[in-house]
Design a protein around this ligand. Structure first.
Ligand SMILES: *Cc1c(COP(=O)(O)O)cnc(C)c1O
Length: 403
């Protein structure tokens, strides 16, 4: 007997389909057909977790003190490692008791923050395109999304001046993320100053996702929201160990900033989970305390891949700007092609998986996102296949619009 006649709650039907899940089905089908897939679709780092972190996890596993329920607010020593790390990387001072909360990955916290703060009907400002959790959390909570369209002519920065006064006055939360997924854009410090002033003026809770802060290149050092005076009164910042430390499967992230906002999230979470396995918190602490040399190695790897792929795409007619951070290239589709059609045709013709920009909201239409998550020999193979299938920026099928 099937229970398919019992429908899930309405909050699930409010969600647009998760494009990554659909992409997974298509990948599975392509694999069945024997295609050798080069998967540059997900933001799933391909490297191994640093050995000292693995060693620390093994040692912590052997300690029975770690085997029980961990403390709700995370272990004191991991919280201390988080605030020390903020001091070291951003010169920001935080209280480990109340201004830092470990999370089961930042996606969990980003989603639950919306459950903790958004009432049905509340207005939430979210860029388009955006990382899906930034709008899916508020949608699950019953919020209304007001999309902030990001545009190339504005360097993919939020155009705060374009937000109508009435909207700003009604808005409760603003989610944002620089260095940005998916556009790979970065924001200057002045932008952070403007957005803090905006949020203070309209009394909006600011949620910044700084998950790519350490994947920055060529001497660029991203800004933390909390560096801006007054930001801590209205904002929080999310981080993850997934990208920087190749720990996506470990599910370790954290949020820092305003203690009242964090307290609200913590109250919700005490009803839903017990936090991260203490042995993993101990390993995560080791990661945050690794010498900067480790970060430089990771940065060098992504930078080399970035330069290699940008050059290869240039040979195929693409003019892709060089991002100062993240593990992505944000690549325009050939003129007059939709991002989903283009991504699917690339997959079918070449076995290379890229993400259609509209997976991140309609503001991503006309672009694909390529993740730098393969070694250069695989990237070269992808380029070769593009060449063979005549996948270029401006094909003879379409009228060339711009060079
Ligand atoms: C990858 C990613 C995350 C998710 O990180 P987890 O800690 O693994 O949940 C959060 N935000 C952005 C923008 C991301 O790209």
């Amino acid at each position: 007997m099937s229970l398919s006649w019992i429908p899930p709650a309405d909050r699930l039907s409010a969600l647009p389909p998760y494009v990554f899940a659909r992409l997974d089905e298509l990948k599975a089908r392509a694999r069945e057909q024997g295609l050798d897939l080069i998967d540059l679709g997900m933001g799933n780092p391909d490297g191994a977790t640093p050995q000292p972190v693995v060693d620390a996890a093994i040692a912590a596993l052997q300690n029975p003190a770690n085997h029980g329920y961990p403390p709700f607010e995370g272990t004191a020593s991991f919280r201390r490692a988080i605030t020390d790390w903020y001091q070291r990387r951003y010169d920001v001072e935080l209280d480990p008791d109340g201004e830092a909360l470990p999370l089961l990955g930042s996606k969990e916290g980003l989603g639950h923050l919306a459950m903790a703060y958004v009432n049905p009907g509340d207005l939430v400002l979210v860029p388009s395109p955006a990382y899906p959790a930034h709008f899916r959390g508020p949608l699950i909570a019953g919020g209304k999304i007001y999309p902030l369209l990001l545009k190339p002519e504005n360097d993919w920065l939020i155009d705060l001046a374009s937000i109508p006064d009435a909207v700003a006055e009604q808005a409760k939360i603003l989610y944002f993320n620089y260095p940005n997924n998916p556009t790979a854009a970065t924001a200057p410090r002045e932008f952070f100053e403007e957005i803090v002033a905006f949020a203070r003026r309209y009394e909006i809770l600011l949620v910044h996702d700084l998950c790519y802060a350490e994947l920055a290149f060529d001497g660029y050092h991203p800004t933390s929201l909390l560096e801006i005076p007054g930001a801590k009164e209205i904002g929080v910042e999310f981080h993850t160990l997934s990208k920087t430390y190749n720990m996506a499967g470990w599910r370790v992230g954290f949020v820092v900033g305003n203690r009242h906002i964090i307290q609200g999230l913590r109250t919700l979470k005490t009803n839903l989970d017990y936090g991260i396995f203490a042995a993993l918190q101990s390993a995560a602490e080791t990661a945050l305390r690794l010498p900067d040399m480790y970060l430089h190695e990771v940065q060098a790897r992504y930078r080399a891949r970035r330069d290699f792929l940008i050059q290869g795409l240039a040979n195929l007619g693409w003019d892709v700007p060089k991002p100062k951070a993240t593990m992505y290239l944000w690549v325009p589709c050939p003129p007059d092609t939709h991002s989903t059609d283009f991504a699917l045709s690339v997959l079918q013709q070449t076995g290379v998986v890229v993400t259609p920009g509209n997976a991140f909201g309609s503001g991503g239409e006309g672009y694909i996102r390529i993740s730098l998550i393969a070694e250069q020999d695989r990237l070269q193979q992808a380029l070769n296949r593009f060449q063979q299938a005549n996948i270029r920026y401006s094909s003879s099928l379409v009228s060339p619009q711009k060079s």
